[in-house]
Design a protein around this ligand. Structure first.
Ligand code: FES
Length: 93
């Protein structure tokens, strides 16, 4: 897509290029990284992970995270798109 940019996503010992117009889950699965997912709409929390650095934006107004979870770095990759270079820990938070 013209105008789309990518950021750096460090995960599972690899560095991926993550387009800012795609969800993190899309990037992870596209790179062949095994990552749990179910609903893919921010509800079930199956895909939850933890950001070690960077910022994301959510495609939905109320992703299934408590404010304190968000503050602690928890992220739902199925509905999150990157805003900056990111570090993401293995599934779980
Ligand atoms: S797959 Fe259900 S919240 Fe991400």
């Amino acid at each position: 897509m013209q105008g789309a940019r990518s950021v750096q996503l460090d995960v599972a010992g690899r560095t991926l290029q993550a387009p800012t117009d795609q969800t993190l889950l899309h990037t992870l699965l596209g790179a062949g990284i095994s990552w749990p997912a179910s609903c893919r709409n921010g509800t079930c929390r199956r895909c939850i992970g933890r950001l070690t650095r960077g910022q994301v934006v959510y495609d939905i107004a109320w992703p299934g995270l408590l404010p304190e979870e968000k503050a602690g770095g928890c992220v739902l990759p199925c509905v999150a798109r990157p805003l900056s270079d990111l570090g993401l820990e293995a599934p779980g938070c």
